[in-house]
Design a protein around this ligand. Structure first.
Ligand SMILES: Nc1ncnc2c1ncn2[C@@H]1O[C@@H](CSCCNC[C@@H]2Cc3ccc([N+](=O)[O-])cc3CN2)[C@@H](O)[C@H]1O
Length: 270
């Protein structure tokens, strides 16, 4: 079938799915979550900036409930460190079994998994409650109770509606990296929005101006987004924008693992 204005060519999505078969979680973690990008020495670096966006948003106490769903978790848990204090259950999701397995190994505390302790220690520091980082780690492990397969290109991304719908939704660097174009990005956002209850909060972190990224043998295409593309997609998906921030990637962090110009953080409400 030809590509219509509403949907990209079937083979485009098929090519994306094929590309993800070569996604290497360890390489991906190395590229983005070790120095120089995982540099906690200054608030000017990208990881402290991302963690601060989330910590400040949850610090208001306005966002809480029973279930938070994380869309496209990949092999990472840093994005859940502030969220886990405000929800009884965290549901992680990813398209690839290798990522779901990496998350499961971390939750079970198995040896050889990625060391997130610098991230946990930093979040405890900026949350300023003097909480021992091992307690935060224990709480996230206790509450990260489901790790589900997801495909954001499906109107029902989990294959069936979430019952009850999630009270909050978080997604970090996923939608733009799995959408062939802006229309597909906007549609994927609407699809995942269906997992969220009316009035629920959505927190999005993502890449601006990115056209590709590397994850081992995989070189994945990304739809380059501008800030207004994100705003338009959110309002088009029925969200009210509550907060929008962006970060410009400094030259020192342009390491060749992608061509990211910047990072956005959006807080929206359904
Ligand atoms: N159809 C699908 N539905 C849902 N998830 C899917 C689907 N297909 C693949 N996935 C799943 O989504 C993927 C999520 S990882 C996507 C990586 N995004 C780009 C990368 C990330 C990154 C991180 C940090 C920073 N920084 O500056 O700090 C910059 C950047 C920019 N480069 C992956 O887990 C895959 O498994």
């Amino acid at each position: 079938a030809g590509a219509t204005a509403a949907a990209p060519r079937h083979e485009t999505l098929a090519a994306l799915r094929e590309g993800y078969q070569h996604f290497d979680p360890r390489a991906y973690l190395q590229n983005n979550y070790l120095p120089p990008r995982a540099d906690f020495s200054s608030e000017e670096f990208v990881v402290p900036w991302k963690l601060r966006c989330l910590a400040e948003t949850f610090a208001s106490g306005e966002i809480h409930g029973r279930t938070l769903i994380d869309v496209g978790s990949g092999p990472t848990i840093y994005q859940l460190l502030s969220a886990c204090d405000h929800f009884e259950e965290i549901v992680a999701t990813d398209y690839l079994a290798v990522n779901r397995e990496e998350l499961g190994r971390w939750v079970r505390g198995e040896p050889g998994t990625f060391d997130w302790s610098p991230f946990i220690q930093h979040v405890c520091k900026i949350e300023g409650r003097g909480e021992p980082w091992q307690e935060k780690e224990r709480r996230l492990r206790d509450r990260l109770s489901r790790i589900l397969p997801i495909d954001v290109h499906r109107p029902d991304p989990l294959g069936a509606p979430l019952r009850p719908p999630a009270d909050a939704l978080l997604s970090a660097f996923c939608l733009e990296a799995v959408s062939p174009d802006r229309a597909a990005f906007a549609r994927a956002l609407a699809h995942v929005g269906s997992l969220l209850r009316p009035g629920g909060h959505a927190l999005l972190l993502g890449a601006l101006g990115e056209s590709f990224y590397l994850a081992g043998a995989a070189r994945l295409p990304v739809v380059p987004l501008a800030e207004d593309d994100v705003r338009t997609a959110l309002t088009g998906a029925g969200f009210a924008l509550r907060d929008f921030r962006s970060y410009a990637m400094p030259p020192a962090l342009r390491t060749g693992v992608d061509d990211v110009d910047g990072v956005f953080f959006a807080h929206a409400q359904k």
